[in-house]
Design a protein around this ligand. Structure first.
Ligand code: GMT
Length: 374
């Protein structure tokens, strides 16, 4: 198939999922055309079957806001025509689903019917919750996508309820490539932790919704009881406050900040426990990545997280903000070797159900169906 993928090219989960999906489809022999404003960070640009089409938005002084949606819709039209795309798959409703609707209409005028698939990632819906001025346009573009997928059951239910819409939504969960986590070398903890210390990890974009403040408090509770070190990966608005707080709590030496490292899999293979106490998560890709590396997860039980982190098997889930329960759960996993081993195995078993080998065929089947039915 000749597939167009529209996404945010940034470090965010939706961009990562879209890019990894495209990379994997290209390996299967499909031609994958990325249509974005800059090259996605994880794009294998030199690999066979991968193409990149940049959306250019001229900075015109007359406009206070540059019309990105217009440039994107026009680029989609050109790419569908020039590259003879079979499918347009847009990740993130705002503004991609809206621009895709416009592109589709323009193409119909030219006698071309290209099916549009919209994948909802969660923050596109919560953003509308916070800014209701987007609501009519987002609801419209979801309802007028040919197919809509969401990354969890919870997000599906939330979307139906929030938009009061009857659009069929198919759940196709996020995925990981288990191969990246198997038989890894250089997993000795010595690079990050001292002898006898447990290594606790948190990876996020350090936005308020991640409750990184809770991460530090949970770690403090663990650190008070057993030798431990916290590794923080990623960057975002709450980063410096978080590090200051760790210092104030006297944890300075045992909190390591690595920033936006490319060596996520390596950090994870050294880790003993992963913390994700988010306010909400439509899925929680970071937790799944940890589980793929056999790292048990202590998370909140919000949004789609309980669909990923299975309480009592891959880790434990607690109510948002219940730091005490998260400390108790962390200690229960870390202080008993057998228990820890059981959770590591449990995490890996759950991660296997989200392996790309299982999820990719579901997207391919959807594309084939979309082409047949359009
Ligand atoms: O919250 C993030 O880390 C970024 C955000 C995004 O919009 O890219 O992630 C969302 O999509 C990811 C991929 O589907 C999900 O794994 C994250 O749970 C989701 N974030 C939230 O719902 C807060």
């Amino acid at each position: 198939m000749n597939i167009g993928i529209v996404c945010y090219p940034t470090y965010g989960g939706s961009g990562v999922v879209a890019t990894e999906l495209g990379n994997a489809l290209a390996k299967e022999g499909h031609k994958v055309h990325f249509i974005t404003y800059s090259q996605p960070v994880r794009l294998d640009i030199l690999e066979e079957n991968i193409y990149y089409h940049e959306v250019n938005v001229e900075d015109y002084p007359l406009f206070h806001y540059q019309p990105y949606e217009l440039a994107l819709a026009s680029k989609m039209v050109d790419t569908v025509k020039n590259e003879k795309l079979d499918i347009l798959h847009v990740h993130y409703a705002i503004p991609h689903a809206f621009a895709a609707y416009m592109a589709k209409k323009i193409l119909i005028d030219a006698g071309i019917n290209v099916p549009v698939i919209t994948t909802l990632h969660g923050t596109d819906i919560t953003l509308v919750g916070k800014n209701p001025s987007y609501k009519p346009a987002v609801k419209f573009s979801i309802q007028h996508s040919d197919y809509v997928t969401s990354v969890s059951e919870h997000l599906k239910e939330e979307t139906i309820e929030f938009f009061d819409c009857s659009t069929p939504i198919e759940v196709i969960p996020n995925f990981i490539d288990l191969k990246l986590y198997q038989n890894r070398k250089n997993c000795e903890k010595a690079r990050l932790a001292e002898e006898g210390q447990m290594l606790i990890t948190h990876i996020s974009n350090f936005r308020k919704v991640k409750r990184v403040h809770d991460v530090v408090r949970i770690f403090k509770g663990i650190h008070d009881q057993i030798p431990a070190r916290l590794v923080l990966v990623g960057d975002g608005p709450e980063r410096s406050k978080t590090i200051d707080e760790a210092r104030e709590l006297g944890l300075g030496r045992d909190v390591i900040y690595l920033g936006k490292t490319k060596e996520v899999e390596r950090v994870l293979c050294m880790s003993d426990l992963f913390l994700l106490p988010s306010e909400t998560e439509s899925f929680g890709l970071a937790a799944l990545e940890a589980m793929a590396a056999k790292v048990p997860v202590i998370s909140s039980n919000t949004g789609g997280l309980p669909e990923v982190n299975i309480d009592g098997k891959s880790g434990y889930t607690s109510s948002v903000g219940d730091v005490e329960s998260m400390i108790a759960n962390s200690l229960s996993v870390l202080t008993d070797k057998n228990e820890h081993q059981k959770f590591k195995q449990g995490a890996y078993e759950v991660a296997q159900t989200f392996d790309i080998q299982k999820i990719l065929p579901r997207y391919e089947e959807l594309y084939e169906r979309a082409m047949r039915e359009s």
